[in-house]
Design a protein around this ligand. Sequence first.
Ligand code: WTA
Length: 639
Amino acid sequence: MESLLKEGRVFDPPAAFRAQANVGADLYDEAAKDRLAYWGRQAEQLDWFRKWDRVLEWNPPFAQWFVGGKLNACYNCVDRHAAGGRADKPAIIWEGEPGDSATLTYADLLREVTRFAAVLKQLGVNQGDRVAIYMPIIPQTVVAMLACARIGAAHSVVFAGFSPEALAFRINDSGAKVLITADGYWRRGQLLSTKQNANVAVESCPSIETVLVVQRAGNDVAEGWVDGRDRWYHEEALSATGDVPCAELDAEDPLYVLYTSGSTGKPKGALHTIGGYLTHVASTHRAVFDTKESDVFWCTADIAWTTAHSYVVYGPLANGTTIFLYEGAPETPHRGRWWELIAKYRINVLYTAPTAIRTFMKWGAVEPAEFDLTSLRLLGSVGEPINPEAWIWYQTHIGGGRCPIVDTWWQTETGGMMVAPLPGVTPTKPGSATRPLPGIDVAVVDEDGNPVTRGGGYLVVKSPWPGMLRTVWGDDQRYASTYFSKFGPETYFAGDGARLDEDGYLWFLGRVDDVVNVSGHRIGTTEVESALVGHPAVAEAAVIGREHEVKGQAITAFVVLREGNEPSAALEKELKAHVTREIGGLARPEEVRFAPELPKNRAGKILRRLLRDIAEGRELGDTTTLIDPTVVAVLQSHK
Ligand code: WTA
């Protein structure tokens, strides 16, 4: 963190870029003058069946945007482009890990989405239902999402790397009727079966009527196939014919539910609704990525994450952009794969996470130099704070010194970007996400909620914004208490620490709650702890994130064993595997430390800060609040 605060370099937008940029500095002024009018003008860029009566209705902490408006997200992302001169323009260019590829024009996409929507209808999916999607990165995943949007069913996409248990939780919480999955997919040269995990999950999901299987890998899925419940998509598509028009939906109808980890309890389903969300993601995609008609846009996030919902699917497609998708891992079959793809498909804009950049940095500058990256004109970063070293490396070795870098801060809950530079306008500082975007009312406050004009504090949003989550699925109370209680019902508490510098630039400092950010993925420490204590050998567990050179943070688990169990390398391995089984590989602890006891204060609360100090090998601060200060010395000696 220290190096962030000392960073003093400033980069003005390159003159050539500035000259052709979509938006100018007047956008900030325009939005500052009248925020709601600004968002109204952004919403007018979409096609509406019926215009809204009011831009905003705010009953803190509940917001409604574009009240009375009617629209359809699929219509805006597909139909209007297919009908309006982009029929033959590629909408999706995809490459599989083994090197197979596909291109869908907007006309193709319309045909595929309509067919998929017809299959969903045939399976009894109606407006207002939920559909779970557990898929790899293939065009049909995007098609399935848009098909849901077309008929007014909310999708809930679950990362294919999540365990059956994690999938089942999300299905049950959302009450999904249909689960869409694939037979399998390729990752690091291995064929992974999504269907097998789906089989295990749906055993405990009474709401699931159908498992719809898209063929991707051609692997054998006979094992565990249940006739009646399981259906091949391509077989269903034969009988599902006819046009499926876009449903005329309310601006505040659900578009999707996306689960994310918080500091307490089980993951929360962030509910996003159609009108405000689509307005937010389309307008930020246009302004922050300076989107051009000829762009090929590559956001490398998995479709299951918020980043891809907003900037693979809804933002870019609403703008009629060509998106690129890659199924596999960056090092398969070689460490230059991404650069090879950029050269091959002449990709213009790359949007990725600092953890990826740091991995490439570690691999060295030789690989990217072997490929022609001159098609790139703009680079984006998201998901975690980017350290200045990685920022500069990205700018130099990937951007060839000519591409502006947009570091974009936002969250699953915010729906779209909140803090980011406008690339033709805002000078950038390596490591700072710069300023709030036009129309976004962000502040840094102290413990009492008073604004900080310079220095560190909590990041808050002081006014509602169109892309904000509307609630936690099925739990308004949890929505209010998680996000709108620390500083009152009008102020959104983001859970991030941030610092304002002398120019009013924001420097994000990571989470202030018990959320760990591993390679840009949010993991709730309580989720990992409850997985660990579910193991018969474990009595107590405390999980913390410690700094990690490549991943940003890595998980360290302190574990107290039950009587009769002894610490061993085998048990450490077993506990790591247990967490992978329970949640998924991304929650797997990097290290497990066996402890005779956990450091607690007199109220019985585990002192995580101390554990973090121990894991990072730091001098320990005040330990006098501990019930038993000697515990710490014992923990330090237990490596
Ligand atoms: C972190 C990802 C610093 C932050 C879009 C936030 C960032 C969490 C940045 C949300 C950034 C995201 N700089 N930190 N540019 N972008 N974060 O919901 O801690 O997966 O609260 O959304 O990631 O993660 P989520």
